[in-house]
Design a protein around this ligand. Structure first.
Ligand code: 5GP
Ligand code: ZN
Length: 113
């Protein structure tokens, strides 16, 4: 756990959140400012700053997170959805702890803004 990291604190239960799913490796919770009828975030419990911080040593948790996304969305009855991860300021990353947005429940445009 990294000091002063918002998502490390949320994963540790130190800051309250609306939980979607949890296991020993990852934590999923509803976004505080939803951009779609369904909008939750999936994060590794270990601190990784962004996709840029994924490497051979820590990448297994990313595969696990995508398994969790597939399972949780099926359980929610969601067939179509978008998974997004913003990396760095220009792409719109505002919290420097790796997270995958899962958005669903409305028509999506492409390319994204
Ligand atoms: P980013 O902008 O880094 O791609 O995504 C960060 C997301 O975290 C945003 O969608 C923002 O609404 C969400 N967020 C920021 N602070 C909190 C919080 O304290 N609780 C929850 N549940 N979501 C948060
Ligand atoms: Zn963190």
């Amino acid at each position: 756990m990294k000091n002063d990291c918002l998502f490390c604190a949320i994963a540790a239960g130190e800051i309250p959140s609306n939980k979607v799913y949890e296991d020993e490796l990852c934590y999923a919770f509803h976004d505080i400012a939803p951009q779609a009828p369904t909008h939750f975030l999936v994060i590794p419990k270990v601190h990784i700053a962004s996709v840029s911080g994924i490497n051979a040593e820590n990448s297994a948790v990313v595969a696990h997170i995508f398994e969790v996304i597939a399972k949780v969305t099926k359980e929610m009855g969601i067939e179509s959805y978008r998974v997004v991860s913003n990396i760095g300021e220009q792409a719109g990353q505002s919290v420097p702890h790796l997270h995958f947005h899962v958005l669903a429940g409305r028509d999506m445009t492409w390319p994204p803004g």
